[in-house]
Design a protein around this ligand. Structure first.
Ligand SMILES: [Ca+2]
Length: 368
């Protein structure tokens, strides 16, 4: 463990469960002597901008890691399995690489942390298939738990946050339909990571891979990789950030970053997966939850207390939908362009005919 941590940026919790965060990126706190510490402190002070310096602490009660003691067997375990999920020494396998399976692992305890960060170590892999795999997995922070359903194995109309690693393009598999509807800029390349916030009455559109309710996302080639793959979900000051580390470089890559995401406290963390006609092994190796301690002014605290969140929502959600509006507008624009071009042509032909008949008449007059 310690040896592995020396080369990984995801192992800061190894001994002290304590790290510094600066400029929005996590930096591992390693015991390389006072010099390193001084350097880190100086750097974090130098770069202190609107991201206040903060600390993070691993919360073991909301984390799931090897050797998964008691998971799936003991009722004293903090985590509960469901469906086809299975624990081995190496991972919690949500689904095996077989058709029509669904599995989940859910935290038993509601989480009352205001600011947190979840690091997901996962693996998606399958045999003998080239791009015929599915459906992906989801990480949840929701009011409901242990519910079976169509959204990556979880219920639809959920209340809270879902971050999906969608490995099968249900909509975009139809290339013709895709080309008709999307420009190269807005086409998605799969596997695709996206986030959605539900309030209990918003449905996930499976046939369109959640596009109508997507808050943002990114392409992530996560299948059948030899190196480790990670997903990072940070919720701080009502800002949701998702990053991925899938290139084996131990570097976080931005995926989405959205302010004004309102998530109540006291929801449950979970991970779910589903396979249909197509399948994959969907493995969770670890879920590590860090509490982020953020300094708030008294005013900020009072404001948050007054403006207590009870139903999940996202501020200015219509602005996030601009892309889709643009797509619709471009369809309308094409229609009007064609219409006006045709009217223009007819107008020119009519003018041409009138001019020609005048010219013809004048010519006849000249002859007689
Ligand atoms: Ca899909």
């Amino acid at each position: 463990m310690a040896a592995a941590c020396r080369s990984s940026s995801h192992c800061g919790e190894s001994n002290s469960a304590f790290r510094f965060i600066s400029r929005g990126k996590t930096m591992p706190f390693k015991s390389h002597g006072t010099l390193a510490l001084l350097l880190l402190l100086t750097l974090s002070l130098c770069f202190a901008d609107d991201d206040h310096e903060m600390e993070e602490f691993l919360k073991r009660e909301y984390s799931l890691s090897k050797p998964y003691q008691g998971v799936g067997s003991a009722s004293s375990s903090h985590w509960e399995l469901m469906g086809d999920a299975m624990v081995t020494t190496e991972q919690v396998r949500l689904t095996p690489d077989m058709q029509s399976r669904q599995g989940a692992v859910w935290s038993r305890m509601p989480c009352h942390l205001k600011d947190w960060e979840m690091q997901v170590h996962f693996k998606i892999h399958g045999k003998g298939k080239k791009n015929l795999n599915g459906d992906g997995l989801a990480i949840w922070y929701t009011k409901e738990r242990m519910q079976k359903g169509p959204v990556f194995g979880n219920m639809d109309n959920f209340t809270g946050l879902g971050v999906f690693v969608d490995t099968y393009p249900n909509e975009e598999k139809q290339l013709a339909a895709q080309k008709k509807r999307y420009t190269p800029r807005t086409q998605r390349i799969f596997p695709f990571v996206l986030a959605m916030v539900g309030n209990g009455s918003i449905s996930y559109d499976h046939e369109r891979d959640g596009r109508p309710t997507e808050l943002g996302g990114c392409n992530a080639m996560v299948r059948n990789l030899k190196h480790d793959t990670f997903l990072f979900i940070r919720y701080i000051r009502r800002r949701l950030t998702v990053m991925i580390d899938i290139d084996g470089q131990h570097e976080w890559r931005d995926c989405l970053d959205i302010p004004g995401v309102r998530l109540p406290e006291g929801f449950y963390f979970g991970a779910t997966s589903i396979t249909g006609d197509l399948s994959d092994n969907h493995d969770i190796i670890s879920l590590k939850l860090y509490q982020l301690t953020v300094l708030r002014s008294k005013k900020e605290e009072e404001e948050e207390e007054e403006d207590k969140i009870t139903i999940p929502s996202v501020d200015n959600i219509h602005l996030l939908r601009l892309d889709q509006v643009e797509e619709k507008m471009s369809g309308l624009a094409i229609f009007f362009t064609v219409l006006f071009s045709m009217l223009g042509c007819i107008f020119l032909i009519v003018i041409g005919l009138v001019v020609y008949s005048h010219w013809n008449e004048n010519r006849r007059k000249r002859f007689y």
